[in-house]
Every structure is written in structure tokens, then in C-alpha cells.
Design a protein around this ligand. Structure first.
Ligand code: NDP
Length: 246
């Protein structure tokens, strides 16, 4: 079986770690980015070094734009052939009081963090259904499970991803496509750039395994759920959070 992946947001953080972990596991990966072409090229170069026989293709596409996501999936299929795996990882976060949240803040959050997964799933599914095989992994958040103060828009979008994934798992199970959701806890990436060292120490102390998560912690869970042998796991929310949410 050829193993071709389309992953959104592969230029940094969890997405970049996932591209490299998938490269090590023998997959070809087309991945999107939005604002950092050099970072995306660097990830592709690292992946090629890890897997010289593999194909790694960075594609510029705004996850919140339906036409750009469709065009990116078409470009990936053209370059790699049919896709077996989709990882919807691209995301933005925003910390703001709910009462200060503007229409623009809300709609941009929904566009990137929720609509983006809808566009990507809808674009890849016809090919997966034709093959009667597929693996879809959606990157939500523990805030999608529990709700985060001052992150209402983010929590709503991430909760939406859980609903999307569970419903889609029921609809696509008979077509051989599994759909699972990963809900990371506190993962040390650029998304946490605004946190001070004291914030980090306090979060680590609150976490049962006493450390923050790494992008690689989440990447390993992604590779596990993408595996052919994970076919009896679908519609599940896998927390990768060091025990912060149980
Ligand atoms: P980073 O900010 O480190 O990376 C975000 C990635 O998404 C980058 O590759 C970025 O591309 C891409 N991206 C952002 N906006 C868009 C867009 N409009 N279109 C396409 N790509 C876009 O974030 P993380 O790696 O930390 O987060 C990855 C996912 O994990 C997100 O969905 C996030 O919500 C989720 N998550 C993260 C947690 C954490 O603690 N870090 C906790 C829970 C969930 P570019 O480089 O071009 O900007």
C-alpha cells in the first residue's frame, strides 16, 4: 500500500514534528503552511534527509480558505498520487476576554481551526472512499474538551472539531476510513510564546507527569493513529496531556 499524507500546518511546532515522524515511518507527506515558507522548506529538507526515497512537498495554502485548501489537496494528489492519510493540524490561538472578542476574531478562529478541517476532509474523502481506505486525524485541544477561560472562541472551534470527528467516524466507518481526534494539553511550541518561565513552571507543576508536552509527544500519537493497524480505533478523542485532563 502506498502511504501518502496530506497534513495542514507542517511548517512549525506539532505539524513539523509530525512531518518528520511520518517521514521516519516511511510516509510521503504533502503539507501546508501559511506565513513561513522558509520554515516549511527547512522541514521538507529535514524530512528528505531522514527518508531519501520519500517525497515531501510544502504547499502554501490558508487553511481558512476553501478554494486554497481544495487546490492544495489537488496539488498533493498530482504530486504523490492518491492520499491515504489526512492530518488536520493547522491552527491559531487567541487569548482574549469573551466580551472583547470581535466578529472578526471569532470568524477567523472558526475559519482556520474548524472550517479548515471541514474543507480538507471534504476534499480528501472522495479519494479515500474510492480506495475503501483512509486515516483522518484532527488536532483539537484539551480546551475543546473542558473549555478554557479567555479562550472561548478557540474552545468552541476545538469542541467543534471533536463533534466533526465523531460524526464523520460514524459516516465513513463503512468506507474503511477511520477518523480520530487528538486533544493535546500544554505543548511547548511557538503557540506558547507569550508564556513566561514562571507560567511554564506552574503548568508543569500542575501536570501529573511534571513537565510540559513536546511536539514529538503529539507526533508519536499522530503516527500511531495513522497506522494501517489502528483500523479498529475510530471516533475517539486521545488526550496527549501528561494527565492534566483525565
Ligand atoms: P504553532 O503556532 O507552533 O504552529 C502552527 C502551524 O499551523 C504552523 O505550521 C502554521 O503555519 C500553521 N498555520 C497557522 N495558521 C494557518 C493557516 N491559516 N493556514 C495554514 N496553516 C496555518 O502551533 P502548534 O504546533 O502548537 O499547534 C498545532 C495544532 O495543535 C493547532 O491546531 C493547535 O491549536 C493545537 N494545539 C496546540 C497546543 C499547544 O499547547 N501548543 C495545545 C492544544 C492544541 P505558518 O508557519 O506558515 O504560520
Amino acid at each position: 500500500m502506498m502511504r501518502n499524507v496530506f497534513l495542514t500546518g507542517g511548517s512549525r511546532g506539532i505539524g513539523a514534528a509530525a512531518v518528520l515522524a511520518l517521514a521516519r515511518a516511511g510516509y510521503n507527506v504533502a503539507f501546508t503552511y501559511h506565513a513561513h515558507p522558509e520554515a516549511a522548506e527547512a522541514v521538507a529538507a529535514q524530512a528528505r534527509a531522514l527518508s531519501p526515497a520519500g517525497t515531501f512537498l510544502p504547499i502554501c495554502a490558508d487553511a481558512g480558505d476553501s478554494a486554497q485548501v481544495c487546490a492544495a489537496v489537488a496539488q498533493a494528489e498530482e504530486a504523490l498520487g492518491s492520499l491515504q492519510v489526512l492530518v488536520c493540524n493547522a491552527g491559531i490561538a487567541q487569548q482574549k476576554l469573551f466580551t472583547d472578542t470581535t466578529d472578526e476574531d471569532w470568524h477567523r478562529m472558526m475559519a482556520v481551526d474548524l472550517d479548515g478541517a471541514f474543507y480538507a476532509c471534504r476534499a480528501v474523502l472522495p479519494g479515500m472512499i474510492r480506495q475503501k481506505y483512509g486515516r483522518i486525524v484532527l488536532i483539537s485541544s484539551m480546551w475543546g474538551q473542558t473549555g478554557g477561560s479567555c479562550e472561548v472562541a478557540y474552545s468552541a472551534a476545538k469542541a467543534g472539531l471533536i463533534g466533526l470527528g465523531r460524526a464523520l467516524a460514524k459516516e465513513e466507518g463503512p468506507s474503511g476510513v477511520t477518523v480520530n481526534i487528538i486533544a493535546p494539553g500544554v505543548i511547548d511550541t511557538d503557540m506558547m510564546a507569550s508564556f513566561t518561565d514562571e507560567d511554564r513552571a506552574a503548568l508543569a507543576e500542575e501536570t501529573p507527569v511534571e513537565r510540559l508536552g513536546t511536539a514529538e509527544d503529539v507526533a508519536r500519537a499522530i503516527v500511531f493513529l495513522c497506522d494501517e493497524n489502528a483500523g479498529y480505533i475510530t471516533g475517539q478523542v486521545l488526550g496527549v496531556n501528561g494527565g492534566l485532563v483525565i
